[in-house]
Design a protein around this ligand. Structure first.
Ligand SMILES: [Fe+2]
Length: 225
């Protein structure tokens, strides 16, 4: 039986605050025809967010924590295991035949994403760590949305259970979240601004809510063939 993940690693108070902020605004019933194209776009672009962040971070230990998350998104160096590729495979098999535009998003989404990458490169180190932490905080909730979207699209549970994309994410999301928590501890110890970190985290939550269709004006429903 495919189970959604409910466990939350021990979160710092800022992380809990960010998770509450996310949960108070997320639309868990977002239309899969809106959610899945956005999720693929975000998945494809996630390393650009990490890369922009690494251009700001100066602490090598914190760089390492987030570089590991980025490397994991890139399949730990295995091209066939790149997460966005695994997601694309799943979409090609089960969604694209009846919904070919699952691979498309509109210019507003692209501009919004690009503006966020630019914003990261111009932010302070504390803000950037907060942003990266905020990016990971709702990961389990989002993953549960991925599962429910595929199921609502009619993908058999057995096929989902066997899908590499699902298998990998059931195992690693907690690791990613823990990297965020560890970075939070390190940056606190290094004396960075908690106010800026919180602002960066809130910016990440706002960004994610847009990027998964919970702030509906960014992406209108695409056409189903
Ligand atoms: Fe991933």
């Amino acid at each position: 039986m495919l189970q959604t993940i409910d466990a939350i690693a021990s979160l710092s108070s800022i992380e809990q605050e960010l998770l509450e902020e996310f949960r108070s605004q997320v639309d868990l019933d977002v239309d899969p025809y809106i959610f899945l194209p956005l999720w693929l776009f975000l998945s494809d672009g996630i390393c650009r967010l990490h890369g922009a962040s690494l251009s700001v971070l100066t602490d090598t230990e914190i760089q390492l924590l987030f570089a590991k998350v980025m490397f994991s998104e890139l399949g730990d160096g295995e091209e066939s295991e790149i997460h966005s590729k695994l997601l694309k495979n799943l979409l090609c098999k089960w969604v694209a035949p009846k919904f070919p535009s699952v691979f498309d998003v509109n210019d507003d989404v692209i501009s919004y994403f690009n503006a966020t990458v630019k914003q990261i490169t111009q932010a302070t180190e504390s803000w950037v760590v907060g942003f990266l932490v905020g990016l990971e905080v709702p990961a389990l909730d989002e993953f549960n949305m991925v599962i429910s979207s595929f199921m609502r699209m009619g993908v058999p549970e057995e096929a989902l259970m066997k899908a590499r994309y699902i298998e990998i994410h059931q195992a690693i999301e907690l690791d990613h979240q823990e990297a965020g928590s560890e970075a939070m501890e390190k940056i606190k110890a290094a004396g960075f601004s908690m106010t800026e970190m919180r602002e960066g985290g809130k910016a990440a939550i706002e960004f994610l809510l847009h990027m998964i269709g919970s702030k509906g004006n960014l992406l209108s429903p695409l056409q189903v063939a």
